[in-house]
Design a protein around this ligand. Sequence first.
Ligand code: NAD
Length: 443
Amino acid sequence: MAGTRTVPTIRLRFGAVAKAVHAATQLEWDTPLYQQASTQLEQALELADVPDFVSTRLRHPEQAVILTLPVRLDDGSYATFPAYRVKHSSVLGPTKGGIRYDDAVDLGECAALAMWMTWKCALLRLPYGGAKGGVRCNPRELSANELVRITRRFTAELAPFIGPQLDIPAPDMATNEQTMAWMMDTYSMQKGYAVPEIVTGKPVSLGGSLFRHEATGAGVVMVVERACHRLGWDLAEQRCVVQGFGNVGGIAATELADKGAAVVAVSDLSGGVFAPDGLDIPTLHAYVAEHGSLEGYESGVTRITNDELLELECDILVVAAREDQITARNAGNLRCRLVAEGANGPTTIDGDRILAERGIPVLPDILTNAGGVTVSYFEWVQDLGRLFWDRDEIRRRLADKMADAFDRVWDVAHDQRIALRDAALVAAIREVAAALEARGVYP
Ligand code: NAD
């Protein structure tokens, strides 16, 4: 946190006096992204009306593991990769969250993302708490063999901290079904039997769920569609811009186009492509499948930068790339009518404030991108029961869950006259608080 804080003394409901964990000095995970998550939490706590001991517990992750992974590279040399796994809350059940491979991964990022996972799971009424982990590396510079060795070493070192009833990893940025298959295999080899329920987002051949791959992007569009309905808009008449053309953004673009909306621009790390009458999304997917990214795609489109893409005139802007994209620098220039957060943490506190002042509603990440963890939960349930559902059933169950969460958030926002993000956090915090109050603090 910026500046110093006095160490508050709080009275627990059992009468004991305890000092809050928070020290006047910074804690190890206290980076700008963690401060963003903390600031959101503090704003929501003012509205949530939960006991002090609940707030105190939820301000900090429960556990953080820091590793350094020695890995042999293809040229025979060795490199050491920092790696992390942070669990924010196990109040509602095992922790759940993705593993990302990215050169910006650090303890604070994992702690912030773990906290957001707690809110997301609670909001969707899934019996999980939040976790997040990752390896600091540049996945684009690593071969498949190097990625296998990183993944297997990471899993082996994490083995004491993960488990089907303890902590269940999933894919995130630059990790995918194959990464989860390597994790499942490594964990299973150590146990001596197949443990498919140790990870979600696996290939279907290993007990993965149908529709998991599409779940986050499809869930984004389910939320967008429901918001349009509440706002009196017809989704098929909206012009949409999607930042990020990976798992979340790529599927969201497809779902939006399938519903008749015009997707006028999409982008990835290589930049964006813009066509005012709407892009041909299947052709773009085919190009990316062949070339690895949108780089070099020129046919019938105007190439734009990511900064230009965010400021295009449109109805719905889906930010599905990464955190810190809508900031004080550009929020005043956005020309959309609605923002949908497919990524985690794409809007900074200042960006949020400016959008609120401009009357642009934001569909918050913990609601909007919760389709992935929801179908991950379905996958875990199917694995534990060794009984598998068909695609239509999963899509229907997901739509029910997203609609239920959306309606609760919308109602809290309406009743308390607060922004959708605050409403989502308030609804989520109250779920965790109810469980924590019932459980109490051990011993
Ligand atoms: P991904 O690696 O599949 O795709 C990320 C996409 O964003 C790629 O197209 C990449 O090129 C692009 N990108 C990265 N940095 C960019 C930048 N600065 N500008 C423009 N484009 C950029 O990752 P993903 O799984 O789609 O995850 C995207 C976001 O969604 C992350 O914030 C992730 O935490 C979040 N998320 C993912 C899931 C899931 O199920 N995959 C679930 C919930 C949230």
